[in-house]
Design a protein around this ligand. Sequence first.
Ligand code: LLP
Length: 416
Amino acid sequence: MDHFTYKNNQLMVEDVSVKDIVGQHQTPCYIYSRATIERHWQAFDQAVGTHPHLICYAVKANSNIGVLSVLAKLGSGFDIVSGGELARVLEAGGDASKVVFSGVAKTEQEIAYALEQGIKCFNVESIPELERINKVAAQLNKVAPISLRINPDVDAKTHPYISTGLKANKFGIAREQAIATYRQAATMSHLKITGMDCHIGSQLTSTEPFVDALDRLLVLIDELAASGIVISHLDVGGGLGVTYNNETPPSPATYAAALTERMQGRESLTLIFEPGRAIMANAGILVTKVEFLKQGEEKNFAIVDAAMNDLLRPALYSAWQEIIPVSTEQQRENALYDVVGPVCETGDFLGKDRELAIAPDDYLAVRSAGAYGFTMSSNYNSRCRAAEVLIDGKQIHLVRERENLKDLWKGEHKIP
Ligand code: LLP
């Protein structure tokens, strides 16, 4: 369930109509629902039940400060992949001691910043990275808590661009090298081994790959313990899928039950989850205005004011996201459209072959746009990035102003 519903022919976000929101903030505009974010986070948290756990929301899915502040107030942890994401978390009121730092190439600066802030753990992906963290920690006279990201070599059966747990992927340390790498980490003076982690991919629609990965990690954890290295947390990554169209991913409850079942008798091992999409995707929409309707020789086009620079997923992954009218008040004729943006590329589309009853100046909402929407947006074609709005009941909070022309060349310089 989410909080995007029709009332009197108007699409509502919680208690506010989208028409009123775009009346105030124009289009293209991302709109998020606080109640939906909270509901999704709590569903996750409750699903894990009594097993000791921490939900570390994956900031890359949506890093808006307003969104992060909602999660921080819930007591969420955060999974970050850069110093920039850490700065956002702290600015939003997040607790550094609940932050895990993922990513294959953390810089010395980022490591130092994270150590100074006192994050919970570095999720480490290679021996050179272990050495770098050890060196920076020694310089700062600190001890860095670390986990090794193990590549469990399971097929997540998702889009190849977002599958990360196969041998052929760049991520993590091979299972066969795991124990030796932990042993090596144990010899480094400024590291403290605290965990093991994995992340096998994103938009997974069955529990099996998650359970397979967990089983493989538990075998390693037992082997490690036998060799005297005892860890205190197991981070299973993110990746739980959502319904964009007709996918039927497991609910957080089913997913968590499948994992916690394997954890019986292991209560000393805290479970960490890093969900991004499952919390944010269906908590946001992208609203766009129909500029023109154009009849091509073979197709009808609805040319809208949002483009691939605003929402890249359709162009990059051929992702399908539902497109619905903001108002169903007016009677219009149905037709089949490709919904396309103003950017000069054939790949610039938000949806293809969509049956819509629309006219110029109507508004459309692209659903499931709360995750990997704004965060993947760009200024391509020198387009100002969209406004972001967070709805809380009746209240409309502008959480990011629409960019203006001067923002486009901020930091650039003419030469004499
Ligand atoms: N943890 C790690 C280490 C990750 O790399 C990711 C996502 C997550 C957690 C969160 O995964 P989620 O729960 O959101 O599936 N841009 C793509 C998705 C890329 C995901 C990258 N890693 C998309 O729009 O589909």
